[in-house]
Write a protein that binds this ligand. Structure first.
Ligand code: UD1
Ligand code: CA
Length: 447
């Protein structure tokens, strides 16, 4: 069955107390909306419609950055969840498969759960995702009758007996798209909130002789985010899960609770991650590498056998080939470092290419920025860059060349040459002793 996703994200999210639309707040480096899109992606949807309202331009940009093919439907007034879903109608006018409604603020629905809903659709017209709540609070309650879902009652409209029901509505619903829009047409707003409730489609459907059922999932899966505190809980949940998956994939973490993954971090088998490592988005670490303590990595690729850190920073475009060493207090940005090269101490390497087996001495800096433009530094193979060399880009150092420590290199260095670009040393005989004597005498006089 082909599926279209309708992801609701028009709400203001008042409790976030934020300028940013709620669904754009991030978990593991990606907006929660993108997590919801990823989760729905498990059904390989033919269409995805995002219903946006508050901050619609920003929501659209974030959704399209993840999937350029999404349609964004605008709900300019938030009149309720049924009204929100109806905004997707024209985008799905020619579509005759199933519609699955997801919430942009409910990011963790598992693929298995969506598959169970798809399976239940084979026998029922409408499938609602429900969960047994530890504390049912203000959730809508699922009211069963015989072996069917009979209706959903919102907390505000529920009787005491109905509030006693623990089976709650997650908000996720699947039905044939045309049926769904038909049912929504019949939804009114005579209720405690004067809103068009999507949940009303169940009683309308049952009255029309359609069938409805509930698929159950863990409460953690339907965790909805309404506040900063819930956002932090969602982050913690994501991290706990990501750490466990990394361990199952053969990654060793000495203190897993101190390692933070992004939504898309990929780490190979037999890699060791020391404590307090943070991964930003778009990182791939191959097998058998070591990421040492207190390192921060984003937008980079680290190949097999490399060692990074402690206290290293890899920024977007850092590409480490096999067996590269990047040591403490080294920052690497937009640079390709070939196999076996070493940048071990206190360096900035940006907009650069470093050839195989080259050694970059402590304190070396690629001076890549002239205040307006960025320039490239090219270092060949088997090069020895002396400590504290300033490589003023654009500049090229040929294969097997050397630079003297403390050099400011402004011109290209041919292969095999030694470049020394610093003031020549002069020793003044006995000068230090005379100077010290003079200074100590001044101090003794009390000046
Ligand atoms: C909804 C359900 C409730 C369920 C709960 C689960 C209804 C009437 N109630 O309640 O049964 O237990 O979710 O979390 O559906 N939205 C729009 N436009 C609107 C209104 C809402 O896009 O006009 C979006 C919101 O941005 C949010 C989602 O729909 O992503 C849910 O809306 P919300 O107001 O939070 O619904 P609840 O009252 O929590
Ligand atoms: Ca809610």
């Amino acid at each position: 069955m082909t599926t279209a996703l309708i992801i609701l994200g028009a709400g203001m999210g008042t409790r976030m107390n934020s300028e940013l639309p709620k669904v754009l707040h991030q978990i593991a480096g990606a907006p929660m909306l993108v997590h919801a899109m990823k989760s729905g992606g498990a059904l390989d949807p033919a269409h995805t419609v995002i219903v946006a309202g508050h901050g619609a331009d920003l929501v659209e940009a974030a959704a399209k950055a993840y999937d350029p093919d999404v349609t964004v439907a605008i709900q300019s007034e938030q009149l309720g969840t049924a009204h929100a879903v109806s905004q997707a109608r024209s985008a799905l006018a020619d579509f005759d498969g199933d519609a699955l409604v997801l919430y942009g603020d409910t990011p963790f629905i598992r693929a298995e759960t969506l598959a169970a809903m798809t399976a239940a659709r084979l026998t029922h017209d409408i499938v609602v995702l429900g969960f047994e709540a530890a504390d049912a609070g203000r959730y809508g309650r699922l009211i069963l009758k015989d072996d069917q879902l009979d209706r959903i009652v919102e907390f505000k409209d529920a009787t005491d007996a109905e509030r006693g029901v623990n089976l709650c509505n997650s908000g996720v619903v699947a039905a044939n798209a045309a049926t769904l829009f038909d049912l929504i047409d019949a939804v009114g707003n005579e209720n405690a909130a004067s809103e068009y409730y999507l949940t009303d489609i169940i009683s309308i459907a049952r009255a029309r002789g359609l069938s409805a059922t509930v698929v159950r999932c863990d409460e953690a899966e339907t965790l909805g985010i309404n506040s900063r505190s819930e956002l932090a809980q969602a982050e913690a949940l994501f991290q706990a899960n990501a750490r466990q998956m990394a361990q199952e994939d053969g990654v060793t973490m000495i203190a897993p609770e101190t390692v933070f993954f992004a939504h898309d971090t990929v780490i190979g088998r037999d890699t060791v991650i020391e404590p307090n490592v943070v991964f930003g988005p778009d990182v791939t670490i191959e097998s058998s590498t070591t990421i040492r303590a207190f390192s921060h990595l984003e937008g980079c690729h680290v190949s097999r056998g490399s060692v990074v850190g402690p206290y290293a920073r890899l920024r977007p475009g850092a590409e480490l080939a096999e067996n590269v060493k990047v040591g403490n207090f080294v920052e690497i940005k937009n640079a390709q470092i070939a196999a076996g090269a070493k940048v071990n101490h206190l360096s900035y390497i940006g907009d650069a290419t470093i050839g195989a087996r080259s050694n970059i001495g402590a304190g070396t800096i690629t001076c890549n920025y002239d205040g307006v433009f960025k320039h490239h530094t090219t270092i060949g193979e088997d090069v020895f860059i002396g400590s504290n060399t300033m490589l003023v880009a654009p500049v090229t150092v040929g294969d097997a060349a050397m630079t003297g420590s403390g050099s400011v290199v402004t011109r290209d260095v041919p292969a095999g040459d030694l470049a020394v670009g610093r003031a020549k040393q002069e020793n003044k005989a006995g000068f230090a002793v005379r100077l010290f004597d003079k200074l100590r005498a001044l101090k003794a006089k009390g000046s």
